[in-house]
Design a protein around this ligand. Structure first.
Ligand code: ES4
Ligand code: ZN
Length: 336
């Protein structure tokens, strides 16, 4: 359709995509065979790529999804596995009209399995260089910390020499906070974020996905974030919404993710119109595209179906998403 062609052609930036969440069932089974990975024998979903894909249509919550997400990534062992994962995502994103991608990864989910940080980073770095050369796509890495683990463990990981080196060399642009939200409010990670800020790292955190608007306020007040990942619960607090609009903090929304994880009943319930009216900046993203039934263009199309935005509104969403990106100003000028 004409609107699909228009949305595909828009120069898009993606800010909220977990590379481990781009692991498709087919790549998962291919790597499991190659790496001799034992998948759970007691869960029939792991019988085949097809049965696993079908299971993804029935997530009941964030934690239900995370169970599959952490098991799935156990097939990632070698640098070449991480490279294949990131390269498959970059190619797919380029086809959707993504010109710039800032991608999350979860080092603790790999180092805890005995996979070295350098293995993860080297694979991703090869794929990034290739995306730049072959696709003209600029990319940044965002190192996420798992909030279901003790904050002290996150600090130990953050302070490891390999991570510090990747921050100093600019291989990693910033930090994020992900995994189970409700029992792990942002303020638990104040020290981690203070240290990251002192080192000049960019800071974002998942907040207001399953958790309340108060978690968004908390992330802003105690973590010094310049972006909020998801943030859909912001619309529950009008005063906070005005504050976020004024501050220029950008939300990285993920509409299909919110539906699949039952944070909302439908994309129509994602408060896109409220954010536009209040002047809250937001980008539209895929989150875990291999798990939530769609890449970025599917999310753009779902928003259009549900909210019927004008051409001018789409252009302003894309402009805000360029301005809210963490690339150099020169790159932003090229993207604009
Ligand atoms: C995630 Cl959708 C979502 N929420 C929180 N943490 C995550 N990690 C990967 N996907
Ligand atoms: Zn996410």
């Amino acid at each position: 359709s004409p609107i699909h062609v228009f949305l595909q052609a828009l120069p898009k930036c993606e800010h909220h995509i977990h590379l481990e969440g781009a692991l498709t069932p087919s790549l998962l089974f291919e790597l499991a065979a190659r790496n001799n990975t034992t998948l759970p024998a007691d869960d029939h979903a792991f019988l085949s790529a097809e049965s696993l894909r079908l299971r993804y249509d029935h997530f009941t919550s964030l934690d239900d999804f995370l169970n599959y997400y952490y098991i799935g990534m156990s097939v990632l062992i070698h640098s070449s596995d991480f490279e294949a994962l990131a390269w498959s995502y970059f190619q797919r994103a380029a086809a959707d009209g993504v010109h710039h991608a800032e991608v999350f990864f979860d080092p603790q989910a790999h180092t805890s399995r005995g996979v070295a940080y350098s293995t993860v980073l080297s694979g991703f770095t090869i794929a990034r260089d290739r995306a730049c050369k072959e696709l003209g796509m600029s990319t940044e890495l965002i190192c996420c910390f798992l909030r279901h683990l003790p904050p002290a463990d996150c600090l130990v990981t953050f302070n490891q020499a390999e991570l510090q080196e990747s921050f100093e060399h600019g291989a990693v642009a910033g930090i994020g906070l992900d995994s189970s939200e409700l029992d792990f409010p942002p303020q638990l990670f104040g020290e981690l974020y203070r240290k990251a800020g002192e080192q000049g790292l960019r800071r974002t955190a998942h907040a207001g996905e399953e958790g309340p608007a108060a978690y968004i306020a908390n992330a802003i007040d105690t973590l010094g974030v310049e972006r909020i990942d998801h943030g859909i619960k912001l619309a529950e607090d009008g005063e906070l919404m005005r504050r976020v609009a004024e501050s220029g903090i950008m939300l990285t929304t993920c509409p299909l993710s919110n539906v699949l994880l039952r944070c909302v009943k439908s994309v129509a319930e994602v408060p896109i119109r409220r954010f536009l009216d209040a002047g809250v900046r937001f980008s539209i993203n895929s989150d875990d595209p291999a798990y939530f039934g769609g890449y970025i263009l599917d999310n753009y199309c779902a928003v259009q179906e549900a909210h019927n935005l004008s051409v001018a509104e789409w252009e302003s969403i894309c402009r805000a998403s360029i301005e809210g990106s963490w690339c150099e100003q020169d790159r932003k000028d090229e993207l604009l």
